[in-house]
Design a protein around this ligand. Structure first.
Ligand code: ADP
Ligand code: MG
Length: 377
């Protein structure tokens, strides 16, 4: 559906004020490759400045990349670079819908007119009839639960309603691809959560292929069919939410999505995908698709909720470490224990029915299928 290959976009570096003294170029997008299937909710996730917006604006035709290709349904929207026939379809000819963080609604128009506008400004030969416009606008207002506000001035809507209006306006053109840049980030937490589910339902129901940009890992995990985690203009890891969460391939991804304990050690032995890692706190057996030869310095990543705590030694012979509870924190729906194992401090998240006094001797089980092997940096 959407194919992006070798996309690069750089900007001139910071100017120091002196003439000609430009700094090094900033590579906002640095060789990004993505492939999005029809009907997907595909998310670009990463910290501020990692190149999400630049990628999205390049797809929309609002930025001109240095090189690479972008195509939708096999139709080239952009192409530039060595040996490539240059293509650059103007933004208004790409047939894409966009919703931004600052939802620019037209304040002097009614809800109905806001949504009808993108259809009304089309060239005469492509413009739907008045009756069809009415029907299409009515339908998206219905879906967005805004129909009863049809004649109201857009500014007289609440924040959440205005954001739904911005979505309605993007949907009315029935875009082949919907581009969403942090569309929920200006809303308060409760509203954000409810709109998140609404957006997911809507995207499913309408089956619109969407590219969603966010720095919010929860949003990304809950909404997406696939996630591309970005850092410094590059895609660090691409996969389904659960796969990325459970099998991060770098410290960066393990830390950016959720939180993780890292146990540093070295590969003691490796047979195919079966690894034994030796650390100061003890030995760990795990399976990994990573290719790290024996002797490599590595980190083992384990999620706080994946560690199991017991007050009696469990029957398992492997991956059980003895420790002492240091600190305990009640979080309402969970209890966190910090467990000292040798010099290592393990963060363990448990269900609230487990609450152990500081000083309690415990056995921490690190299940081998919950461990991910990542490079040390
Ligand atoms: P994100 O959306 O992930 O926060 P952006 O795509 O907005 O990141 O920016 C990526 C990088 O490109 C940042 O380092 C940013 O400072 C730089 N950048 C973005 N737009 C411009 C611009 N118009 N001029 C110079 N640098 C820019
Ligand atoms: Mg951005």
């Amino acid at each position: 559906m959407l194919e992006i290959s070798n996309l690069v976009k750089s900007y001139a570096g910071e100017k120091t004020g002196k003439r000609g003294s430009n700094g090094a170029r900033v590579f906002a997008v640095n060789n990004v490759n993505l492939s999005v299937e029809p009907g997907e909710m595909f998310t670009l996730l990463g910290p501020s400045g990692c190149g999400k917006t630049t990628t999205l604006r390049s797809i929309a035709g609002l930025e001109r990349p240095d090189s690479g290709t972008i195509s939708v349904k096999g139709r080239a929207l952009f192409a530039a670079g060595n040996g490539v026939k240059a293509v650059n379809v103007p933004a208004n000819r790409r047939g894409l819908g966009m919703v931004f963080q600052s939802y620019a609604i037209w304040p002097h128009m009614t809800v109905f007119d806001n949504v009808a506008f993108p259809l009304q400004v089309r060239p005469r030969q492509e413009r739907p009839s008045k009756a069809e416009i009415e029907q299409r606008v009515g339908r998206v207002l219905e879906v967005m639960e805004l129909r009863q506000y049809s004649e109201r001035l857009a500014t007289k809507l609440s924040g959440g309603q205005q954001q739904r209006l911005a979505l309605a306006r993007a949907l009315v053109i029935e875009p082949e691809l919907l581009l969403l840049d942090e569309p929920l980030s200006n809303l308060d937490a409760k509203l954000r959560e409810s709109l998140r589910y609404e957006l997911k339902r809507l995207q499913r129901e309408l089956g619109i292929t969407s590219i969603y940009v966010t720095h919010d890992q929860i949003e990304a995990l809950s909404l997406s069919s696939h996630i591309a985690v970005m850092r410094d203009g590059e895609v660090m890891q691409l996969g389904k939410p659960r796969d990325i969460y459970e099998n991060p391939t770098s410290k960066f991804v393990a830390e950016f999505i959720g939180s993780s304990n890292f146990v540093q050690g070295h590969v003691l032995s490796r047979t195919g995908e079966d690894y034994v890692v030796e650390s100061a706190a003890g030995r760990l057996h795990l399976q990994s698709a990573a290719a790290m030869p024996a002797g490599s310095e590595v980190s083992v990543s384990i999620r706080p909720e994946a560690v199991e705590l017991y007050t009696q030694r469990p029957a398992d012979l492997q991956n059980v470490w003895e420790g002492v509870v240091g600190t305990r924190a009640f979080l309402g729906d969970a209890v966190d224990h910090l467990v000292a194992v040798d010099k290592l401090e393990l963060r363990v998240r448990s269900l609230p029915n487990l609450s152990l006094e500081p000083g309690t001797k415990v056995f921490a089980k690190l299940p081998s299928d919950k461990l991910a092997l990542v490079p040390i940096s």
